[in-house]
Design a protein around this ligand. Structure first.
Ligand SMILES: [Zn+2]
Length: 490
C-alpha cells in the first residue's frame, strides 16, 4: 500500500567518494581500481604489526577543496581516530577515520527540485577515512582483495532534509557532478568510486499526532538506480509495517536497522541492528598527529575553485538564454563547459554553439562513451561552425555533419565545408533546377499543396526535404521554402 497524504519521507544521505590521489591515504601503494587481487598492498594497508601510517598531503588538499565547494567550515586542527571494525576487508580491525574533529563541518548544496524551484540542503559534515578492501565469495570460500584498503574516502553527510526519492536522487547527482567538476573524484559509479548510504524514515500525521518510524540505513549502494529503488521500497515497506503496528513500530520503541539492497529483487533485507557511536569505541590514533591547516593556504584553495557548476548553469540560462536541459548537458563536467566558454570567447553565438554541443556532439559522445570535451573538437572549430550557421552559410544539418568530419583533425570547418561542397549556395540557377526537379518528380505532393487541404503542410515539408536532398544539404532552408512557394504559385 502506497503512503499518501500526511506521510513525509525523511531521508539523509551519506555519500562515500574515493578521492583521486595517486597513492593511498597512509601509504605509497597505488590508488588504482582493478588489478589482480592484493597487488597494491604493503605492510601499512595490510595492517601488519609495527607498520606506521604516513599521511598523504594530496588527500588533505582534495578533501579541503571538496569542503570549500560544499560551503563548509574547514576544521583546523583536524585529527584521526580509530573506529573498531570487525570485518576481514580491513585486517587491522580498525578503520582510521575522523570522529570529533572532521576536516569539514556544516555546508550546504542547492538543488533544483524535480517539480521546479530550488532547495537548500544542509550538510552535517565531511570527513576523511580509509576505504576497506572487498570481500567476495568463490564456491564455498570467502576471499578478500585489499587493493582498495587504505584508499582515501571522503564521507559527506547530509542533514535529513530530503523529502522524496527524487530529491535524494537529484542531491546525489549534484554532489557527484560537483566532486568531478573540481577534480577531486573521478565519480565512476561502476568502479565504486561513489557509493551511497541513505538513512530513511517516515513522519506520519494521524489523528493530530505525529508518528515517526524507526530509521533504517541501507549500506553500499553504487548506482543512482539502486539508490532510487531502495528509498522507494523503504518508504512503502516502513509504511506497511507501521500500519500493522502504529504504536510499536516507532522511533521510540523499535530499533534502528541496517539493511542491505538486493538488486535482483529490488528490495532491502534486514542485516543487523545499527551500531551506536559508542559501539565503535572511537579513540585518537596514537600513530598519527593532528593536522593544522594553514588559513592562508585554505584561502588560496578557495579562490582557485573558480565558477562552480550550479553558478555555471545559472549563467548559461540567464545570460545565454539556454534551456535547462541544454545547460545541464553543458555542465555535466567542467571541460565541456570550458569548451563552450572558449568558443563563445571566440565570438561564437552561444545558442548555435550550444545546439552543436548538445546535438551532434552529445550524440557522438554518448555513442563513444566519453565526455563531450573528449571528442577532440577544438574551441576554434566549434566557434567557426557556430558562426557559419549564424551567418546562414551552413545549415544546422550540414553543421552537424561537418562537426563529425573535423573532430580530432584540427581542420578548419570552412575549409572542410568547401572541400565537401557543404556551404549554402543560396542563389543561382542550380537551386531553381532542384526545385523544378522536385516538383516534376512529385506530382501528388504538388497537387496536395495546391489543393490547400489538410495535407498541404505535410506535402510542402516533403517537397522542401526533396529539394534539400538534391542540394545535399547545402541549400538554405528559408531560401528553398521561398523559391518553392514562388514555383508553386506560378
Ligand atoms: Zn599500502
Amino acid at each position: 500500500m502506497s503512503p499518501g497524504e500526511g506521510v513525509v519521507p525523511v531521508v539523509g544521505l551519506e555519500i562515500h567518494a574515493e578521492l583521486c590521489t595517486r597513492t593511498k591515504l597512509f601509504c605509497r601503494c597505488a590508488n588504482e581500481p582493478g588489478g589482480p587481487p592484493n597487488t597494491h598492498v604493503c605492510p601499512v594497508c595490510l595492517g601488519l604489526p609495527g607498520a606506521l601510517p604516513v599521511l598523504n598531503a594530496e588527500a588533505i588538499r582534495l578533501a579541503v577543496l571538496a569542503g570549500l565547494a560544499l560551503q563548509g567550515r574547514i576544521g583546523s586542527p583536524t585529527k584521526w581516530d580509530r573506529k573498531s571494525y570487525a570485518y576481514p576487508d580491513l585486517p587491522k580491525c580498525y578503520q582510521i577515520s575522523q570522529y570529533d574533529l572532521p576536516i569539514c563541518q556544516g555546508g550546504h548544496l542547492t538543488i533544483d527540485l524535480p517539480g521546479g524551484g530550488t532547495k537548500h540542503v544542509g550538510l552535517v559534515r565531511a570527513h576523511l577515512e580509509e576505504d576497506a578492501g572487498k570481500t567476495f565469495h568463490m564456491g564455498g570460500d570467502s576471499a578478500v582483495d585489499l587493493n582498495r584498503a587504505g584508499v582515501p574516502l571522503l564521507e559527506i553527510v547530509s542533514s535529513p532534509e530530503l523529502a522524496s526519492t527524487q530529491e535524494a536522487s537529484v542531491f546525489a547527482r549534484e554532489v557527484r557532478r560537483l566532486l568531478r567538476w573540481i577534480g577531486v573524484c573521478h565519480g565512476n559509479m561502476e568502479k565504486g568510486q561513489i557509493r551511497f548510504e541513505p538513512n530513511i524514515n517516515l513522519h506520519i500525521q494521524r489523528g493530530g499526532r505525529t508518528y515517526k518510524t524507526p530509521i533504517t540505513e541501507v549500506k553500499n549502494l553504487n548506482s543512482f538506480r539502486s539508490l532510487e529503488t531502495t528509498i522507494g521500497y523503504e518508504i512503502e515497506r516502513q509504511y506497511a509495517v507501521w500500519l500493522k503496528d502504529p504504536e510499536g513500530y516507532t522511533i521510540e520503541r523499535a530499533t534502528r536497522e541496517n539493511r542491505g539492497y538486493d538488486a535482483d529483487r529490488g528490495v532491502t533485507v534486514f542485516q543487523r541492528e545499527k551500531e551506536a557511536a559508542h559501539d565503535y569505541r572511537y579513540f585518537p590514533d596514537p600513530d598519527l598527529g593532528g593536522v593544522d591547516l594553514d588559513r592562508g593556504w585554505v584561502e588560496t584553495l578557495r579562490s582557485g575553485l573558480g565558477e562552480l557548476p550550479a553558478d555555471r548553469t545559472r549563467r548559461y540560462r540567464e545570460i545565454h538564454g539556454l534551456s535547462a536541459k541544454d545547460a545541464a548537458v553543458l555542465t555535466q563536467d567542467a571541460a565541456t563547459g570550458d569548451l563552450m566558454d572558449q568558443a563563445v570567447a571566440l565570438s561564437a553565438d552561444p545558442k548555435r554553439a550550444s545546439a552543436l554541443l548538445c546535438g551532434a556532439a552529445a550524440r557522438l559522445a554518448n555513442e563513444r562513451g566519453v565526455g563531450i570535451a573528449e571528442l577532440g573538437l577544438e574551441p576554434g572549430q566549434l566557434a567557426e561552425l557556430a558562426t557559419l550557421v549564424e551567418a546562414g552559410e551552413l545549415t544546422p544539418t550540414a553543421a552537424n555533419t561537418l562537426l563529425t568530419q573535423v573532430l580530432g583533425t584540427g581542420e578548419s570547418p570552412r575549409t572542410a565545408a568547401e572541400r565537401m561542397s557543404l556551404l549554402v549556395r543560396a542563389v543561382g540557377p542550380e537551386l531553381d533546377g532542384y526545385v523544378r526537379e522536385a516538383l516534376d518528380a512529385n506530382p501528388k505532393a504538388v497537387a496536395d499543396v495546391r489543393a490547400r487541404g489538410k495535407n498541404e503542410k505535410k506535402a510542402f515539408g516533403y517537397l522542401v526535404g526533396q529539394v534539400m536532398q538534391r542540394s545535399r544539404g547545402a541549400a538554405s532552408p528559408p531560401e528553398v521554402e521561398r523559391r518553392l512557394k514562388e514555383a508553386l504559385d506560378r
